[in-house]
Design a binder for this molecule. Structure first.
Ligand code: 6LW
Length: 501
């Protein structure tokens, strides 16, 4: 039997994992998106269901100053004495902190801040009750002991390992296995030079001795469809076998460009007789891998269509920076998601009326039935294919110089233009975006359910290699008044995400 990588596709980087009994929990980083730190559950390591977010209240997550790819960096999740802890960094507000809960499907605590610099924090609970806090800072891995109740440091913060010479030694994780403490890190940067290395010590605070066989995983310079593998975390099954989750990318074209973001992958871990681990097949991994040792339990597929009939939004939906009840609502009687545009646009580092989900497949189609009859010049609502405020494509209805129009716009860095427009008379429209491996085709469905293309844009121009940053493409419903509050709300009756990979 085999399973397919990535196990969580689309923008889901920096995975961290823990096991509690037969249940696995996994978190990923979330940057400027709200709620923060998506939380997944699995019974078999391969099939993952999102069960919430660790940061779902404004008291836990202030992204008001977060530019794109700022905000929430890499998290670590751990369980200790039946309490779950998630620690991460808000790089634009407050720095390092952790939250905890006895029920990961419920609410997580308010943040407990830790006075330690750096990113990619790790919480390690030693058997004697000591809690170690380890971060990546100034090209080294630093550590202190902390008081779990207050987050206060109980010792100086000191460097414990520099790695093997790759740039950005980061994503430290510590494991006690037998008589050894292992310190595993990522090196080389999160791009094409990414790798995973490991060291060990008889004590959690070192001195750490580097594995002579490092790196234990890398795809640098290899002819592979998956690149940038690294930022790993280890977990042991109840039966005793070891697995790693880590990030990777699936670039297309030449030179390489990836637009789905960094995704979450899974590979088995083997241990040498000298007690050193290797990830995958001698440090490399594949899209199809053997599931030997796993008891696969597939999940029912998620419905393609969201009718917005529930009391709350599905966990797959995100806002930019915050959830603002002035800008969106769910109308339960009629089953609409209503967006009311503010002055903020998709070009601003702001919190526009935006409800989006990740693109998780190269080939897919999104469509949405929208009722919108703008009356004021500037009012606009529709669908966006969104990488960040400087790189996005739209298909929308907009009021421009007294006329209501269907428009297709592209913004690529400092270049932007309405590529196509025509007068639009009807009060509602089914907007759609069809994605393949080369391009997005934006258009609408006519009365005969025929897709009418209205413009297109290259996927590569929304890739990380062009747009920069740490995130991946979103499909979003949005509304804006383009500089003033919008007079007319946009009602979305449904949104469909159809996989065609
Ligand atoms: C993450 C860090 C990194 O915290 O990217 O390049 C950051 N390195 O490990 C964001 O994913």
């Amino acid at each position: 039997m085999t399973y397919r990588n990535p196990v969580i596709s689309g923008f889901h980087p920096d995975p961290s994992i823990c096991r509690h009994g037969d249940d696995y929990y996994l978190v990923t980083s979330s940057f400027e998106y709200y709620p923060g730190v998506p939380l997944f559950h699995s019974k078999d390591l391969v099939h993952w269901e999102q069960i919430g977010h660790c940061l779902s209240r404004p008291e836990q997550l202030d992204l008001s100053r977060a530019g794109s790819s700022q905000g929430i960096f890499a998290p670590t999740i751990r369980v200790h004495k039946d309490i779950f802890y998630m620690t991460t960094t808000n790089v634009t507000s407050g720095g390092n902190f952790f939250v905890y809960t006895d029920n990961p499907r419920g609410q997580w605590s308010d943040p407990i801040y830790v006075e330690q610099g750096g990113i990619d924090p790790e919480l390690f609970f030693d058997d004697d009750g000591t809690v170690y806090y380890t971060t990546s800072m100034d090209m080294k891995v630093y550590q202190s002991r902390i008081d779990l109740a207050t987050g206060k440091r109980l010792s100086d913060c000191v460097p414990i390992w520099n790695g093997t010479g790759g740039q950005y030694p980061e994503a430290p994780h510590i494991y006690r296995i037998g008589e050894w403490y292992y310190l595993m890190i990522a090196e080389g940067g999160t791009e094409y030079g990414h790798m995973e290395t490991i060291a060990r010590s008889k004590r959690p605070d070192g001195p750490y001795e580097s594995n002579p066989h490092n790196p234990i995983m890398t795809h640098r310079s290899l002819n592979k469809t998956i690149h940038a593998t690294g930022h790993a975390d280890l977990v042991q099954t109840p039966e005793g076998t070891w697995w790693a989750v880590f990030l990777g990318i699936r670039p297309l074209g030449y030179p390489n460009k990836h637009h789905l973001g960094r995704e979450t992958f899974l590979a088995p871990v083997t241990w040498s007789e000298e007690g050193w681990p290797t990830i995958g097949d001698n440090g490399t991994i594949s899209e199809e891998m053997s599931s030997d040792g796993l008891n696969l339990q597939p999940l029912a597929p998620k419905p393609e269509k969201d009718d917005f009939d529930g009391k709350t939004l599905d966990y797959s939906w995100n806002f930019l920076r915050k959830s603002d009840s002035q800008l969106w609502s769910l109308n339960k009687q009629e089953g609409f998601l209503t967006l009311t545009g503010s002055a903020a646009t998709l070009n601003d580092i702001a919190a526009p009326a935006f409800v989006g989900r990740r693109q998780q497949h190269f080939q897919c189609e999104v469509s949405a039935l929208m009722a919108f009859a703008p009356e004021r010049d500037g009012d606009e609502a529709g669908l966006t294919v969104f990488m960040n405020e400087r790189f996005h494509y739209e298909i929308a209805i907009a009021r421009i110089v007294g006329e209501t129009k269907l428009i297709m716009r592209r913004r690529i860095g400092s270049l932007w233009r309405i590529e196509n427009e025509m007068p639009w008379g009807a009060d509602s429209i089914t907007l759609a975006v069809q994605a393949d491996r080369e391009r997005y085709t934006l258009g609408y469905y006519d009365g005969n359910s025929t897709f009418i293309p209205f413009g297109s844009g290259e996927c590569s121009l929304l890739s990380t290699e062009v747009a920069g940053g740490f995130t991946g493409v979103y499909f979003a419903m949005y509304a804006t008044g383009n500089g003033a509050s919008s007079q007319t709300p946009a009602h979305f009756d449904w949104f469909r995400y159809k996989v065609q990979d």
